[in-house]
Design a protein around this ligand. Structure first.
Ligand SMILES: C[S@@+](CC[C@H](N)C(=O)[O-])C[C@H]1O[C@@H](n2cnc3c(N)ncnc32)[C@H](O)[C@@H]1O
Ligand SMILES: Nc1nc2[nH]cc(C(=O)O)c2c(=O)[nH]1
Ligand code: SF4
Ligand SMILES: [Mg+2]
Length: 216
């Protein structure tokens, strides 16, 4: 059984594949936050910009098996076109993504990507692995396609990650616009991120372009 908060067809907004048409499959649930505002301030990840609770989003639901879920997602892809790209996100997709779902997606000709916090092991067969660290504990997924660090994060300086086996290193400014009124904020995350990249050119800037465009 797979629990899906929402699924939609849009452009990847972030990282090296920004601008690429993709189906997003957002799994319910995360191991670093319950998703409830009352737990945010005491959770391991406190700045999340996403609602991943329940199955009530667009095209969300519970799906009994992998073929049923992939058939459902496939209805979102434009008919008679190729370059099929499917991004597993969440919540934390590694809590639910398994070999069966990978195989079913591959059988439907998808190239597969994941957005993960890197704290849980991944099944094999994912074509593009984006890890976005949230804790200073050693990553379980310590290599992949892109490391996309939200910046700045207390206790998580970028140099903790520069020796890991990733092809691309991105810093993405922390969006604090949806945080509850009481929560402490970091001053001008975007300016700090620009400055850090300029001073440390191993790192490139990733912007959440979908938010600027007003698309999903
Ligand atoms: C909602 S998370 C879901 C996937 C996975 N749990 C993770 O954290 O990577 C998707 C992406 O959004 C990023 N993100 C979450 N909250 C953000 C924020 N407030 N500002 C910028 N990026 C954010 C995450 O770091 C991750 O790269
Ligand atoms: N357009 C768009 N790009 C994204 N890249 C990562 C996202 C995510 O929430 O995982 C996301 C998202 O929610 N929308
Ligand atoms: S790990 Fe990802 S999904 Fe979980 S709370 Fe943090 S940003 Fe949100
Ligand atoms: Mg998002």
């Amino acid at each position: 059984m797979y629990s899906i908060k929402e699924a939609f067809y849009s452009l990847q907004g972030e990282g090296a594949h920004a601008g690429r048409p993709a189906i997003f499959c957002r799994f319910t649930g995360c191991n670093l936050w319950t998703g409830k505002e009352k737990h945010r301030a005491t959770s391991q990840c406190q700045f999340c910009d996403t609602d991943f609770v329940g199955t009530d989003g667009q095209n969300g639901g519970k799906f009994h098996d992998a073929d049923t879920l992939i058939a459902h997602l496939d209805t979102l892809w434009p008919e008679n076109t190729q370059h099929k790209y499917l991004i597993f996100t969440g919540g934390e997709p590694a809590l639910q993504l398994d070999d069966e779902l990978i195989q079913a997606a591959k059988a439907s000709s998808y190239t597969l990507a994941i957005e993960t916090n890197g704290t849980l092991p991944l099944p094999v067969g994912i074509d593009w692995i984006c890890v976005s660290p949230k804790t200073a504990e050693p990553l379980v997924v310590n290599g992949g396609s892109e490391l996309k660090l939200i910046f700045p994060q207390q206790h998580l300086p970028p140099n903790l990650f520069t020796d890991l086996e990733f092809e691309h290193f991105y810093l993405q400014p922390m969006d604090q616009s949806a945080l509850p009124a009481g929560q402490a904020r970091i001053d001008d995350a975007q300016a700090q991120t620009i400055r850090y990249c300029l001073q440390n050119p191993q790192w490139r800037l990733s912007l959440q372009t979908h938010k600027m465009l007003g698309i999903d």
